[in-house]
Design a binder for this molecule. Structure first.
Ligand code: IPD
Ligand code: CA
Ligand code: CA
Length: 263
C-alpha cells in the first residue's frame, strides 16, 4: 500500500500538536553535546510518528533523528525529524517544525513540514506540486539577481570543532545579497523558500532528516535543489545543500565555488 499525502499531513499535524501542548512548559532537556539539545518533546513527537509509520507500513525503513535507523525490508524509506528547531523550542521561540518525508527506490515521493505555532502545513508530492495547508500552491520567487535576494542558512552543532568554510561563506553572501537570515529550522528554511519568503538557502553540513521533506517541497515549488557543489542532492550523510530560485541558483553556486576555506 502507498502512503497518501493526507495521511502524512495528519501525522505531522498531530505530532505538531504534541509539541505545541508542551511548548514553554517545564520540559526536561538533555545535552547531546555542549550546544546540541534534546527535549522530552522531541521524544514524544518521535514516538507518535514512529508508531503511525510502523502500524501502517511495518516493512518500511525509518531514519529518525533521535532513535536512528529502524531497519525494514522494503525499498521504502521514511525520514523523520520530530522537532526541527529544538534550540528555538527549548528557548520558547515559536520557530520549529515537524518534518516527515517518504522515499521509494531512492526518490523522494512525499514531504510534509508542519509549523504548529503558525498552523502552516507545507506539503509536496513528487511530480504533482507543493501546497500550503493543502490548497494554496507554493511557488518560488523570480528575483532579478543575488543583490536583490534574501537568503537563509544554518549552522551545524559541530561549528566549534569544524567551522570549515561556514564563516567565510556567511560573509560572502551577507555582502552579495539583500541580507542573510538564520531561523534555526532547516525544514522551515526550505518551506519559506518554497513559499517565496526567501530566495535562496544553503547549508554546509546537514542531515537527511533535516532536509528530505523540505527539499521535495522546495523542488516542487520550482526551486533548483542541489548539493553546495551543484550535484544532484543525495540523501547519504553528511550533506551539503543549495536550494534557490532558478534565477539565482547559478550565482549562488559561483559564490560557493569562489570562497576558499577560512582556516
Ligand atoms: C537543526 C536545525 C538547524 C540546522 C542544524 C540542525 P534540530 O536541527 O535544522 O536549522 O542549522 O544543522 O541540526 O537539531 O533543531 O533538529
Ligand atoms: Ca533537525
Ligand atoms: Ca530534531
Amino acid at each position: 500500500m502507498q502512503p497518501t499525502l493526507e495521511q502524512v499531513e495528519s501525522w505531522a499535524r498531530q505530532a505538531g500538536e504534541i509539541l505545541r501542548q508542551h511548548f514553554r512548559s517545564s520540559l526536561k532537556i538533555r545535552h547531546k553535546s555542549l550546544i546540541d539539545l534534546v527535549t522530552e518533546a522531541d521524544g514524544l513527537s518521535e514516538a507518535y510518528i514512529l508508531e503511525q509509520i510502523r502500524a501502517a507500513f511495518p516493512g518500511d525503513t525509518i531514519f529518525s533523528e533521535e532513535i536512528g535507523q529502524v531497519a525494514g525490508s522494503s525499498q521504502r524509506i521514511w525520514y523523520v525529524d520530530p522537532l526541527d528547531g529544538t534550540v528555538n523550542y527549548a528557548h520558547g521561540i515559536p520557530l520549529y517544525t515537524v518534518s516527515i518525508a517518504f522515499a521509494e527506490a531512492g526518490q523522494l515521493r512525499l514531504g510534509v513540514v508542519y509549523d504548529p505555532s503558525h498552523d502552516e502545513c507545507f506539503s509536496a508530492e513528487a511530480g504533482k506540486g507543493a501546497w500550503l495547508n493543502g490548497s494554496t500552491p507554493l511557488q518560488v520567487t523570480n528575483p532579478p539577481d543575488l543583490d536583490h535576494s534574501l537568503l537563509i542558512t544554518g549552522f551545524p552543532y559541530h561549528i566549534r570543532q569544524q567551522p570549515g568554510r561556514i564563516f567565510p561563506l556567511f560573509e560572502y553572501f551577507a555582502l552579495h545579497s539583500q541580507g542573510v537570515r538564520r531561523l534555526g529550522s532547516a525544514a522551515m528554511d526550505l518551506c519559506y523558500l518554497a513559499a517565496g519568503r526567501f530566495d535562496g538557502y544553503w547549508e554546509m553540513s546537514i542531515q537527511p532528516h533535516d532536509v528530505a521533506a523540505g527539499a521535495l517541497i522546495a523542488a516542487e515549488a520550482g526551486a533548483t535543489v542541489t548539493t553546495a557543489e551543484g550535484a544532484p542532492l543525495s540523501l547519504t550523510p553528511p550533506l551539503t545543500i543549495l536550494a534557490a530560485s532558478p534565477h539565482i541558483h547559478q550565482q549562488m553556486l559561483e559564490g560557493l565555488r569562489s570562497v576558499p576555506d577560512g582556516k
